[in-house]
Design a protein around this ligand. Structure first.
Ligand SMILES: [Zn+2]
Length: 140
């Protein structure tokens, strides 16, 4: 695996789909926690953009803080931010690019009619997104 890629256990990939479906028609968002590029937990966050936010997301700051605490307690770190794109491709939108932390990994799950169609990992740097390797594995 490339140094900047992520390894996502299949069980957590399914959990991600569940939380994304539960948030419909809004975008789901949250954090991926883990260590050494391997995701250990999905930490859902409230989307502060709300129902009126349309096609965008904003991590609730309290949930972000809780994710950081949970990671610290277990010796993990925040590996990436995830969010879903209901009825849109797993490609960063303009607001995703504008709101991104430089160098931060972003995982985007695309859903069509409530079914997952694509899962892509991106790194934002210098105002653009570069696709990064995402590998799925079995076990957690
Ligand atoms: Zn987006």
């Amino acid at each position: 695996m490339k140094a900047d890629g992520l390894l996502l256990p299949a069980e957590l990939s399914r959990e991600l789909v569940r939380v994304a479906r539960a948030a419909l028609p809004q975008e789901a968002c949250g954090l991926l926690l883990g260590v050494d590029g391997r995701v250990r937990a999905i930490h859902p966050a409230r989307n502060r953009a709300g129902a009126e936010g349309g096609r965008r997301f904003e991590l609730h700051p309290v949930d972000l803080m809780r994710a950081e605490e949970r990671a610290r307690e277990r010796g993990w770190s925040l590996l990436a931010v995830y969010h879903s794109h209901p009825e849109a491709p797993a490609v960063p939108s303009r607001s995703d690019l504008e709101g991104a932390l430089p160098g931060c990994l972003q995982l985007i799950l695309s859903l069509r009619g409530g079914r997952p169609t694509d899962l892509r990992l991106w790194r934002y740097a210098g105002g653009r997104a570069v696709r990064v390797e995402l590998a799925e594995c079995s076990g957690v």
